[in-house]
Design a protein around this ligand. Structure first.
Ligand SMILES: Nc1ncnc2c1ncn2[C@@H]1O[C@H](COP(=O)(O)OP(=O)(O)OP(=O)(O)O)[C@@H](O)[C@H]1O
Ligand SMILES: [Mg+2]
Length: 399
């Protein structure tokens, strides 16, 4: 199927990293890299430091980066032994070029002197400290694709939910707050039920109900945001480009069924009743058995009318890329700026036609995609539409 997206679904503005500096981040003691707004291709042998650069950039999104790493794993090994209180264990600093001028944004992990894990994440925007990570999402949208995500459709629902929530957050940064509010209320309720079982306290029903009310309000808001996003993204996914297959998207779960059948307030009532009725099983299970934290993001190969999970490996990868490209077009349309794309080993299993389609689409959206690979020749089709760096032993050279 060869459909071109309408002209208005192309980027109106740009947001690109034009300077990246890393300090004591994984294998990099110091790295300074200058770039322009074109896509970036990083090639080099295994273990050279390519994915680490993508991971560093992923810390400019709220959360723990693309490897969901612990802070002591990210800190360069040698540095951990010598860091003293008050200084940054690792730091990432970037200059973003936007249509309204340059923005300096950075993040790092400040040592608080309480052992290996002791520290706090700091975020700096134009030389001032920002008060939360969530703010990062307001400044730029970042989406990543990793080789391990080739198994996204056959793996567990949690990974698919996480992928979906990142897409929603890149589209609407407030999604992170919804997610955090819901998770926090759910954890507090689980703790309360667990302590009761252990005989640590007599269950305070008013407290449990108050936490369930917080779960209901934040949970329905969370599910409704996913719901309306999936419906918009689903439409965008039908405008497939090049040889990528169109993906059909849906959400599966009790909360989604309620939202489908009832108005939001009634869906809240259903959720509230379900929670209060499942306190005993939840206590035994060690967590809530019902709620948007158990929903699944289901993907189908539309023209084959087949669930993604039973598609071939190459088809699953093509579906994933198709979703990410549709999402990038949607974000460009909605936020006026396409997301930054971090694509680790993206061309490894793509045939020549799909590689060319991917490159054309990235350039047409105007997204600064950071792509890695071991074989430089696989990027030849990009020509001077991209910039190239060779990475070896944590040293990066312009090619
Ligand atoms: N905390 C750390 N301190 C120092 N080095 C680290 C740390 N964490 C990881 N490394 C090292 O960084 C090196 C580069 O890793 P990276 O994942 O970036 O390689 P890569 O170029 O993506 O390789 P591949 O092609 O195999 O994916 C590895 O040798 C890894 O062991
Ligand atoms: Mg790698």
């Amino acid at each position: 199927m060869l459909l071109k997206p309408p002209d208005h679904i192309t980027a109106r503005e740009r947001c690109s990293i034009v300077r990246l500096a890393l300090t004591d981040f994984r294998c990099y003691e110091q790295l300074k890299l200058g770039a322009d707004s074109r896509p970036v291709v990083l090639t080099g042998p295994n273990g050279a430091g390519k994915t680490n650069i993508l991971e560093a950039i992923s810390f400019l999104a709220p959360g723990r980066g693309l490897r969901r790493a612990r802070m002591q794993d990210v800190t360069r090994n040698d540095k951990m032994l010598n860091s003293s209180p008050g200084i940054l264990r690792w730091a990432i600093s970037t200059t973003l070029e936007t249509s309204t001028g340059n923005i300096k944004i950075g993040t790092g992990f400040e040592n608080t002197g309480n052992g290996e894990d002791g520290g706090r994440r700091v975020v700096r925007l134009d030389e001032s400290n920002a008060n939360s990570h969530a703010m990062l999402g307001e400044v730029l949208a970042i989406v990543w694709l990793l080789p391990e995500m080739d198994r996204l459709f056959t793996g567990n629902a949690e990974a698919r939910r996480r992928f979906l929530d990142r897409l929603v957050a890149a589209f609407d940064p407030k999604h992170i707050t919804r997610l955090n509010n819901y998770t926090q209320a759910m954890r507090e309720r689980t703790r309360l039920l667990r302590d009761d079982q252990a005989g640590l306290r007599n269950l305070d029903m008013d407290w449990v109900s108050a936490l369930e009310q917080r779960m209901v309000e934040s949970g329905i808001a969370l599910a409704a945001a996913r719901w309306s996003f999936v419906s918009r993204l689903g439409s965008a996914c039908k405008l497939v480009v090049g040889s990528f297959p169109a993906a059909g998207l849906s959400l599966i779960g009790d909360v989604e069924t309620w939202l489908d059948q009832y108005a939001a307030l009634e869906a809240e009532d259903c959720f509230r009743t379900a929670l209060s009725e499942s306190r005993v099983p939840d206590r035994e299970a060690g967590g809530a058995l019902i709620g948007p934290h158990r929903s699944d993001f289901a993907v189908t190969h539309l023209s084959k009318n087949q669930p993604a999970a039973i598609c071939s490996t190459g088809e699953q990868k093509a579906l994933l890329i198709s979703i990410v490209l549709a999402h990038a077009r949607l974000v460009a349309l909605d936020r006026g700026v396409p997301p930054l794309l971090l694509m680790d080993e993206i061309v490894a299993h793509l045939d020549a036609e799909r590689r060319a389609a991917l490159f054309d689409e990235i350039c047409s959206i105007g997204a600064q995609a950071w792509m890695t690979g071991t074989d430089r020749t696989l990027f030849n089709d990009l020509g001077d539409r991209a910039q190239y760096f060779h990475v070896e032993n944590a040293i990066v050279h312009t090619v």
